[in-house]
Design a protein. Structure first.
Length: 383
């Protein structure tokens, strides 16, 4: 083919079904490859198009052998397919420069950015498939398209079913004393492994205390037992309201619905991240916002919504309703609006009575230098 790129890969509905089209699993559209003009040119000019003295193809997807003018075969198309896969996962091509020639030369001299550094959550096995397809030496790549398909089919894309090592307990009904909340805020930015290490040391210290004759796990100052600190939600004031569900409002695009349970698992080390959207429009002109609907165990007089996020410059409206709905029109008017948010943000819910809250994100901001993408670690509602 010699010019595999996103613009030459079409997703078609049933009315465009023809021989040679391939249907993705799960009822997805038909996939077709188009524009065989360069391949047909080779039939006329000869297989070695470099004799024309022109670099033919799209610079961002050229294989190293095409850039050098060497002979090409099917493995050159597989390299370009690897570049397409990299772009699909990272949101941008692996190589770019101010000129087409500069971009083409990077395929010879550069190393593709590691996907897992650009986007959290990419499985290591998937990154390995992409990097093998993009190997500079054709002999180090997949040798056939069937090999690529086989490599992709073995990747486990299901949500992680691992059980947590530390059991988490709900926040006490009356909330936590300010001293404990303050202590939790001081360590809320530690990673999950640091939190686990602190927990292990705390248990070891408690066991040591009991072994030397201690009669109570209370601090010498007479505070609450150590176990009372479990389940604290940093940043929220008032009583934390249990959340029973989190859903995406019915808008175009997937936005990783399988990761929504991470918003209410009490672990700041887990993150939900939206899809990446092309600039300049906040959502690439595909939608007006992303809606996250959280359902409460029962109706409450609501005080605050706290969103723990590493994203910069994001904006959102917040709605309160008696029942959850996945249609924006059912949510009446917002009770709070905040723009230019940098990191953790608290919305005042004005003591509205409700059993569901909608976080309607109107601008995704920038996450880890990736524009038009938002990440959220925890969502907390208090009454």
């Amino acid at each position: 083919h010699r010019d595999i790129k996103p613009g030459n890969i079409l997703l078609c509905d049933e009315s465009f079904a023809t021989a040679g089209a391939v249907r993705l699993t799960g009822g997805s559209p038909l996939v077709k490859v188009t524009d065989f003009g360069i391949a047909r040119m080779a039939d006329v000019v000869g297989s070695d198009l470099t004799n024309t003295g022109t670099l033919i193809g799209t610079a961002a997807y050229l294989s190293p052998e095409q850039v050098e003018g060497r002979s090409v075969d099917a493995r050159s198309d597989l390299y370009a397919l690897g570049v397409v896969l990299h772009e699909m996962l990272a949101g941008r091509p692996p190589y770019s420069a101010e000129t087409e020639l500069g971009t083409a030369l990077q395929h010879l001299r550069g190393q593709p950015p590691r996907l897992r550094q650009l986007r959290a959550g990419v499985p290591p096995a998937l990154e390995a498939v992409v990097l093998k397809a993009m190997a500079r030496n054709p002999d180090d790549r997949y040798q056939t398209a069937a090999d690529v398909s086989s490599g992709l089919s073995t990747i486990d894309l299901a949500p992680d079913d691992a059980l947590p090592l530390v059991e988490r307990f709900p926040t006490p009904p009356d909330g936590l004393p300010p001293t404990l909340v303050h202590r939790q805020q001081g360590r809320s930015r530690r990673g999950p492994f640091a939190v686990l290490a602190v927990g292990i040391l705390a248990v070891a210290a408690l066991v040591a205390f009991l072994l030397v004759g201690g009669s109570s796990p209370r601090r010498s100052g007479g505070g609450l037992p150590l176990a009372a600190a479990s389940g604290t939600q940093p940043g929220a004031t008032g009583t934390v309201v249990p959340l029973t569900n989190a859903q995406l409002l019915d808008t175009p695009g997937s936005d990783n619905p399988n990761d929504l349970p991470k918003l209410r698992d009490g672990d700041p080390g887990t993150t939900w991240t939206s899809s990446f959207y092309l600039k300049p429009a906040p959502f690439g002109n595909l939608k007006t916002g992303i809606g996250i609907v959280v359902t409460l165990a029962q109706a409450h007089t609501l005080h605050q919504l706290t969103v723990d996020s590493p994203t910069l410059g994001w904006a959102a409206d917040v709605y309160v309703a008696n029942q959850p709905s996945l249609t924006l029109a059912d949510w009446s008017t917002p009770v709070a609006t905040r723009t230019g948010n940098n990191g953790k943000t608290t919305f005042d819910l004005g003591n509205h009575q409700g059993g569901a809250v909608l976080l309607w994100i109107t601008n995704p901001g920038t996450t880890n230098t990736t524009p038009n993408q938002i990440s959220i670690q925890e969502v907390t509602v208090t009454s």
